[in-house]
Design a protein around this ligand. Structure first.
Ligand code: ADP
Ligand code: ZN
Length: 607
């Protein structure tokens, strides 16, 4: 290591405190920064909210020349740059949304050496004139954000990302940093291969997001459960509700609006201008619920999303983790809540089988769905399973998921499983879950009578359990692999090899007990904001109002002024002098100068 590195690291620490207002580095931020300062390439894997941005922002400020950040998310560049400017950092962006004049200004600043950070879209960067311009500049580093977009297999593939391999040859002396929150080893290999990062040091952080509480349920219709969940936990918070279809997005948003919440729809079928408007409102206003398909969310780095809920089964464990990871980026408690139904499973199977994908890929997809169902139906710690899925081990149950907090009861359902399996077998493995349920509860139904299935021995055997319980039993048997859904034959349920020993009474079956609704429905009392003592609540509200006022005046999202974490510390510590603001996380020199006095005044009004 050259002697200059320790000096530069000290500078980096100073930047962390003076510019960003943070007291220490997180995860392996410090090692990553040191590696870049030494001129090495790096591959960084950090969970969402882990603090990837500082890993390139700080070196860009310490090193000579401009740090170039390549991001596919044009819509977000503006906010990222505004946030940096609030800190007094000389940052700008270049993308297709700007006028020629604006672009010329940025180019001029670049040439004059007036910028520390430039955000740019990959397609713009790859333009020949742009690369020529870069040849003439002093460059600190290239940061390739959302680097998994280079992966053909992933769901965020961007073809322009492939061309970024050019950087390795053309700017061989400029350190490059690829960043992603996507876990699996295959994607990582692709990033290294496609971006020419064979020499890069790898920095892999654990994937745990301990502040997120996971809960998954299949009870009821989903809607009522969601409403109870929101009333009890998030009466005023911002969050995301994911749905599978555009129609359900629209319906759910409208329904939440009738309940008095600000709920906006987002899906690929909406006009681009409406989407942009809804996204901007979600970022800028407080307490907005975004009801969306998966079209929404990549890179939305709003730090105070307090909940992410799914009203349908997501696509895979990976997408579930990525989507729920958008909650609680500020590190304070957040909820990930999912409701799913057997219908979701059936639909996903159907799509999978009907897709144009090759047999190999279908096989992979089937397996992914199985893993997801396992996660849904399991009775032990969900976090252990989630992290285990990504090859990250958690030794103890987490204590912060539904199964840890309210361990589910199981029961010996061998007999009931046998009835269900037998009903499927006796009816010829040709019918779906509704039909089989009707046979089990002995429902008089024209089709059943016409098929003489009311004559079967199992007909009506399960009457007193009721349809809801049977649906849950069938789904759990699907999850345990005793029953298969045949998407090519109208989603008929059929038996697998695993069903045999159960039918022969050689193996027992244990299932999750349905909790009684009344027990589950906790009283929906409104909680005070997390971490705020009741006597500080008014101050907290006043601080937030001040923040909104300041943000509105500048056309910025409130969190660009201060994060909730910062406001919370102000409300609890109640500083009265400017110097005391140095103790507060998220207040660097520029922000103290700009907003210190205003917020102290609010606090003074309450003391
Ligand atoms: P991501 O890894 O998802 O890109 P960000 O870079 O947006 O995460 O960081 C998430 C949040 O954590 C941001 O609000 C950021 O300001 C904050 N943060 C990052 N590093 C630190 C640190 N060392 N100390 C305190 N807060 C930090
Ligand atoms: Zn747990």
């Amino acid at each position: 290591m050259s002697e200059a590195i320790p000096i530069k690291m000290r500078q980096a620490e100073q930047v962390l405190g003076h510019v960003f207002g943070y007291s220490q580095f997180r995860f392996n931020q410090s090692e990553i920064i040191e590696s870049l300062l030494s001129g090495d390439d790096a591959l960084v894997l950090m969970p969402t909210g882990g603090g990837k941005s500082l890993c390139y922002q700080i070196p860009a400020l310490v090193m000579d020349g401009v740090g170039v950040v390549i991001s596919p998310l044009i819509a977000l560049m503006q906010d990222q740059v505004s946030a940096l400017r609030q800190l007094g950092v000389r940052a700008a962006f270049l993308n297709s949304t700007q006028s020629t004049n604006e672009q010329d200004k940025v180019r001029a600043d670049l040439i004059a050496g007036q910028l520390d950070l430039l955000y740019i879209s990959p397609e713009r960067l790859m333009m020949p004139q742009m690369l020529d311009l870069f040849d003439q500049l002093s460059l600190a580093l290239f940061a390739i954000d959302e680097a998994h977009c280079v992966s053909q297999w992933g769901h965020d593939f961007r073809k322009e990302y492939k061309q970024l391999s050019v950087l390795a040859q053309r700017f061989a002396n400029t350190p490059r940093l690829a960043l992603t929150a996507t876990a699996d080893a295959r994607t990582r290999e692709e990033i290294v291969g496609e971006l020419g990062l064979t020499q890069a040091r790898h920095f892999i952080s654990g994937f745990d997001r301990p502040n997120i509480r996971y809960a998954i349920t299949d009870e009821g219709n989903g809607r009522d459960e969601l409403w109870q969940f929101l009333r009890a936990n998030h009466p005023q918070d911002a969050g995301i509700v994911y749905c599978l279809s555009r129609k359900k997005v629209e319906e759910t948003a409208a329904w939440l609006a009738t309940k008095g919440r600000t709920a906006l729809a987002y899906h690929a079928g909406l006009d681009a201008s409406i989407r942009a408007d809804h996204q901007a409102r979600f970022l800028r206003e407080e307490g907005v619920i975004m009801v969306a398909t998966i079209a929404f969310g990549m890179g939305v780095d709003k730090p105070d999303v307090r909940f992410v809920t799914h009203l349908n089964l997501p696509k895979s464990v990976e997408s579930y983790y990525q989507e729920t990871g958008r909650a609680g980026r500020d590190g304070t408690p957040a909820n990930a809540w999912m409701h799913y139904s057997l219908r979701d499973v059936v639909l996903q199977r159907q799509w999978l089988e009907q897709s144009d994908a090759g047999e190999m890929q279908k096989q992979v997809q089937r397996q992914k769905l199985e893993h997801l169902l396992d996660l849904c139906e399991m009775v032990t710690c969900r976090r252990q399973a989630l992290l285990g899925y990504f090859g990250d081990q958690l030794d103890e149950p987490c204590g912060n998921c539904d199964n840890c907090l309210h361990p589910p009861q199981t029961w010996d359902a061998t007999l009931e499983a046998q009835w269900a399996l037998s009903a499927i077998f006796r009816t010829g493995q040709r019918f779906g879950a509704v039909y089989i349920t009707n046979v089990l509860i002995g429902k008089e139904d024209e089709r059943i009578t016409a098929n003489n299935h009311d004559q079967l021995k199992v007909f009506g055997l399960g009457e007193n359990l009721g349809a809801v319980a049977w649906r849950s039993i069938l789904r759990q048997l699907v999850a345990q692999g005793l029953i298969m859904i045949d998407a090519e034959r109208y989603n008929a349920l059929c038996l697998t090899e695993k069903a045999r020993p159960v039918l022969r009474s050689e193996q027992t079956v244990h299932l999750r007990k349905l909790t009684k609704k009344s027990a589950k429905t906790r009283k929906a009392k409104t909680k005070p904001p997390e971490g705020i003592a009741p006597q500080d609540e008014e101050l907290w509200v006043a601080l937030k109002a001040k923040r909104t006022e300041l943000a509105k005046a500048q056309g910025l999202p409130p969190y660009v002024i201060f994060h909730d974490t910062t406001l919370r510390q102000l409300a609890t510590q109640k500083p009265s002098r400017l110097e005391q603001l140095d103790e507060i996380s998220g207040i660097g020199e520029k922000k103290r100068e700009r907003y210190g006095a205003v917020f102290l005044e609010v606090i003074a009004g309450f003391s």
